[in-house]
Design a protein around this ligand. Structure first.
Ligand code: AMP
Length: 391
């Protein structure tokens, strides 16, 4: 059975076609710069890559181009081979506690939740509409970034703000990257041979978040009402004293939107180092003796460890820490910086294993907490959700 996993942005559609239940990736691709005369379309399969530049004025045209290309390149003999489409949706609020089959009402609810995620939900909805129009008889499923975190209790998800902010305006911690946290924690439980576990998943990519997962359920996470909360990321500041925003508005004589923009796009690795938002650039700069590049990683590692300590106490212990995403999977340096700060919890890194690529146990046999690298696969998670709702 072939299932398509889709991640639609305001001017892009990323997709992956998977064979299920084998979970084998058949094709990946992306349509970029939708809305322009020189939009680009890239598709990869069987180790080959095809790219073309063409006019793609809206998401509907983008979806048609994707489906035509799959047939043209012989990946599909007919679009009827696609038996389900799973859409990544960023904000599910408290409305969606699990993935859901999309109908008109669900689509409207996703659009309404755009109030809380204006950069994401409207774009996700545009992608859904385009696929529904072109594949009206195929099951379409919404898979939310937030639902995995819906098991958090009030003491973990509430802020210390007036309670009416929560009841009237939905101000609470929602958490994001849920499909990744779910995929990695389920895999860790497979590796540990038990569901009765206490895990911390460190999803560290350009965007980054931690989750505390007890007995397979999320009990806390570092991102909040938006993906800006947490520890410093590629370009995001993570949590700061909220009073800084109005102070800096006055100092810089800019609007609050501009401050939010700086906190989202000009902070984190980029803001502290002044060099780059890419950990590879920072690691190279550190080798050349750049102190601010080291500081950027030090600040991030310190704050990640703050969360780990807090989750250790909240869960009453810890069986495993799992690193995933672009940096978590690839940066042996950052993993070591974090593990070295966790000696007090009995964490002991196996330096040789830490240098390897792919899924690995990277702690020593003596370590009191196991440390894993587990490559994430959000598309497989989306396809699994489609499968589970298809029956
Ligand atoms: P993601 O958001 O999960 O796609 O992660 C993207 C980030 O991962 C990039 O900005 C880099 O900082 C980092 N990254 C990707 N590949 C590597 C690598 N081989 N070594 C270190 N960092 C990497």
């Amino acid at each position: 059975m072939k299932i398509m996993a889709v991640n639609a942005g305001s001017s892009s559609i990323k997709f992956q076609l998977l064979d299920m239940p084998s979970e084998k990736q058949i094709t990946t691709g992306i349509v970029e710069r939708i809305g322009s005369d020189n939009a680009s379309f890239t598709i990869k399969f069987d180790g080959q890559k095809y790219q073309k530049t063409t006019s793609i004025l809206n998401h509907g045209v983008g979806v048609s181009i994707i489906l035509e290309a799959l047939i043209e390149h012989g990946v599909l003999s007919s679009i009827n081979e696609i038996e389900g489409v799973g859409h990544r949706v960023v904000q599910g609020g408290e409305v969606f506690k699990s993935s859901v089959v999309i109908n008109d009402q669900v689509l409207q609810q996703i659009i309404d939740l755009g109030d809380m995620a204006p950069l994401h939900n409207p774009a996700n909805a545009t992608g859904i509409k385009a696929f529904r129009e072109i594949l009206p008889n195929v099951i379409q499923v919404a898979v939310f970034d937030t639902t995995f975190h819906q098991t958090m209790k009030e003491d973990a998800f509430l802020y210390g703000t007036p309670y009416e902010w929560y009841t009237k305006y939905g101000i609470r911690k929602y958490g994001f990257h849920g499909t990744s946290h779910q995929f990695v924690s389920e895999r860790a439980n497979e590796l540990l041979g038990s569901n009765d576990t206490k895990l911390i998943v460190c999803h560290i990519g350009n965007g980054a978040s931690l989750s505390a997962v007890k007995n397979g359920q999320c009990v806390d996470t570092s991102m909040g009402f938006t993906p800006l909360e947490g520890f410093p990321m590629g370009t995001r500041s993570g949590s700061i004293d909220p009073a800084i925003t109005s102070y800096m508005e006055k100092k810089l004589n800019v609007s609050s939107d501009r401050i939010t923009d700086i906190l989202n796009k000009e902070s984190g690795y980029l803001g502290i180092s002044g060099i780059s938002n890419d950990s590879r650039d920072l690691e190279n700069a550190i080798l050349e003796g750049n102190e601010r590049a080291r500081l950027a990683l030090d600040v991030q590692a310190k704050q990640i460890v703050d969360y780990i300590g807090s989750y250790y106490v909240y869960m009453g212990g810890l069986d495993a820490i799992c690193f995933t995403a672009g940096i978590g999977e690839n940066s042996a340096i950052l993993r070591k910086m974090i593990a070295d700060r966790l000696g007090v919890l009995g964490v002991e890194l196996d330096e040789r294993m830490n240098q390897l690529r792919g899924e690995n146990l990277i702690s020593t046999a003596n370590s009191k907490v196991k440390v894993y690298v587990i490559p994430t696969d959000e598309e497989v998670m989306i396809a699994r959700e489609v499968m589970s709702l298809q029956k």
